[in-house]
Design a protein around this ligand. Structure first.
Ligand code: HEC
Length: 248
């Protein structure tokens, strides 16, 4: 901008506008982090936000249902191999209500309801398998986020975050610092948002890419944070213009 090469060239009202905007975006970003934490954490059964949680969000857990995992694991002792085979068949063919009534219910009755039925299920606080509704919670596979929801989320993200990064980056472009560092900091948030969103789709395809989602999210947050803090600092606290004269 001709005539505006550093923060010192702006009037107090523009500085106040910049400040209010940067603070709002900063708080908004912290809220977004909180939301991300609350919606993604613990999916893998553990604490904190892990690569595993990200993988489950996008890729899902397609290796089977909770029921099948238990049948092959801790509950295997209660069921004869033929019964297990029939139940797994039912699970893998979609675990319908018809199949429940015809095949699964009689086997569950014989092998499992002693614990997983009526009073004793309540007492042990385990699911009650005597009704289809009771098994519903343990017979679903998790296919992860759908492509349609990823496409919807990514266009909202790209437009919304793109505009937001532009505004913050524009303010930051008046900061005085080494030009290479500044150019990097201007481009980095955009690059990492694009990488982040591309890696959602990669993770949907293969869960090993979940770590790219985490890293690019972190890089974008760090770059945005630096832009906001440096701008706020230079708007109000940098003593005099000309101390750092490079303002590209
Ligand atoms: C002797 C009692 C007993 C019998 C019989 C039994 N279970 Fe369980 N089951 C439990 C207990 C206790 C738990 C909870 C502890 C755990 O998760 O390991 C449980 C947990 C489960 C879970 C996980 C529930 C959840 O909320 O994640 C599944 C699925 C399950 N059992 C399936 C079966 C099937 C299928 C059978 C029959 C083949 C069976 N169980 C027979 C006692 C029993």
């Amino acid at each position: 901008m001709p005539g505006h090469n550093s923060f010192a060239d702006f009037s107090v009202s523009v500085k106040l506008l910049f400040t209010a905007f940067l603070l709002t975006i900063g708080i908004g970003y912290l809220m977004a982090l909180g939301y991300l934490y609350l919606t993604h954490t613990g999916l893998d059964g553990g604490k904190g936000l892990t690569v595993q949680d990200i993988a489950i969000s996008y890729y899902g857990n397609r290796s089977g249902t909770r029921m099948e995992a238990m049948l092959r694991g801790p509950m295997a002792v209660y069921s004869k191999p033929l019964d297990t085979a029939l139940l797994v068949d039912w699970l893998q063919s979609g675990a319908t209500q018809t199949g429940y009534d015809a095949i699964a219910r009689p086997i569950l009755q014989k092998d499992c309801l002693a614990c997983h039925g009526g009073e004793s299920a309540k007492r042990m606080n385990i699911p009650d398998f005597s009704t289809y509704e009771g098994v519903a919670g343990v017979i679903k596979t998790n296919p992860g986020a759908s492509i349609a929801s990823l496409v919807r989320l990514s266009h909202i993200h790209l437009f919304g975050i793109g505009i937001l990064l532009f505004a913050v980056g524009f303010i930051f472009s008046f900061a005085a610092m080494n030009k290479w560092l500044k150019w990097t900091l201007v481009v980095l948030p955009f690059a990492s948002v694009i990488t982040d969103i591309l890696s959602w789709f990669l993770t949907k395809w293969d869960p090993t890419y979940a770590w790219i989602v985490l890293i690019s999210g972190g890089v974008m947050g760090a770059a945005l944070g630096i832009q906001i803090l440096v701008s706020l600092y230079q708007i109000w606290l940098l003593p005099r213009p000309g101390i750092l004269s490079e303002t590209h």
